[in-house]
Design a protein around this ligand. Structure first.
Ligand code: NAX
Length: 324
């Protein structure tokens, strides 16, 4: 029988994973292929994780062949083909950005090193835990034997949010929207770009006033709006985006469309090499390519410049902290 794909997931007792693990087990990630889950948590959360594992068992998923749990990345990441790094240190009241980057730096240096040592040769890493782009950068720089292009960060949730807002504005189904792009950092400086988006194959009829004062802030602040409404941060939609991003990376994007992924820049669109930035990408045979040749108008260029500045600033901060 087929060898199971080993999928490592961190933050496994957290709220995103409470959706994510069941989607992986049920086949949303890889279809009809056996998977082994390898779940990492911090020691105090292992008991809660036991409960999640009991529920996974109770799902009776035919393609879930095994579940390994632990608090040691060197054991849990052993032989991993795919890694979804969801667990991170949340920002607490009174925490400065430097404290946040430092706390997460410890997590992602250790996990980068562990992946470098024990993951399978074909490992693909997707970072969901915030600050996602910079955490991915830290892991990448601590895993010298893994090709840089195997480290990515999640901007698929922003991409999906942007598609949904545009569809709602135009009164069409979200399936009518293609060629959406998120540029830059997964943060409030991200730039959701409708200028290349298509709705039923044509340029969307929306004015710049709406784009600037409604669409962009709604997408960028959607996470805060969900916290206000739900009393907790987005979890099921983040899990969905994490599954979709990894699914497309492994199995390919649909013909004639692209998705947004944060990937190590090759200098495309003036994003400096050495940053992990969101771009429009297509994927095929397990590899992605940044879509080339899009024209950016002055408005878009200014937005891209601002988010580049923020990513460069975060990189500078973690460099000074000695994390990369
Ligand atoms: P939770 O706080 O519910 O869960 C996080 C889990 O990670 C906890 O169980 C914690 O024990 C675990 N953890 C902490 N340090 C760990 C380590 N070193 N190794 C393994 N596990 C560790 O958060 P949740 O709502 O699940 O969100 C997880 C992360 O996703 C957060 O950083 C959050 O900010 C981020 N998000 C990213 C999004 C994106 O689009 N990129 C959107 C949703 C979400 O806000």
């Amino acid at each position: 029988s087929e060898t199971p794909v080993k999928v490592a997931v961190t933050g496994a007792a957290g709220q995103i994973c409470y959706s994510l693990l069941f989607r992986i087990a049920s086949g949303s990630l890889l279809g009809d292929r056996p998977v082994e889950l390898r779940l990492l948590e911090i020691t105090p959360a292992l008991k809660a994780l036991e409960g999640v594992v009991m529920e996974l068992e109770d799902g009776a998923f035919p393609n879930l062949t095994n579940v390994v749990v632990g608090d040691d990345p060197l054991k849990v990441f052993e032989g991993a083909n795919l890694a979804m790094l969801v667990g991170a240190m949340p920002r607490k009241a009174g925490m400065e950005r430097g404290d946040l980057l430092g706390a997460n730096g410890k997590i992602f240096t250790a996990q980068g090193k562990a992946l470098n040592e024990v993951a399978a040769d074909d490992i693909k890493v997707l970072v969901t835990g915030n600050p996602a782009n910079t955490n991915a950068l830290i892991a990448m720089n601590n895993a010298p034997d893994i090709p840089n292009e195997r480290f990515t960060a999640l901007t698929r949730l922003d991409h999906n949010r942007a598609k949904a807002q545009l569809a709602k504005k135009l009164g069409v189904g979200v399936g009518a929207v293609t060629h959406m792009t998120i540029w830059g950092n997964h943060s409030s400086t991200q730039y959701p770009d409708v200028f290349h988006a298509l709705v039923n194959g044509s340029a969307p009829q929306v004015d710049e006033e709406w784009i600037e004062n409604d669409f962009i802030p709604t997408v960028a602040k959607r996470g805060a709006a969900i916290i206000n409404a739900r009393g907790a941060s987005s979890a099921a939609s983040a899990a969905n985006a994490t599954v979709e991003c990894m699914h497309d990376w492994v199995l390919g994007t649909p013909e004639g469309d692209w998705v947004s992924m944060s990937v190590p820049s090759d200098g495309s669109y003036g994003v400096p090499e050495g940053l992990i930035s969101s771009f429009p990408v297509t994927t095929k045979d397990g590899a992605y390519e940044i879509v080339q040749g899009l024209e950016l108008n002055d408005f878009s260029q200014a937005k891209l410049d601002a988010t580049i500045a923020e990513m460069a600033d975060e990189k500078q901060a973690v460099t000074e902290l000695g994390l990369i």
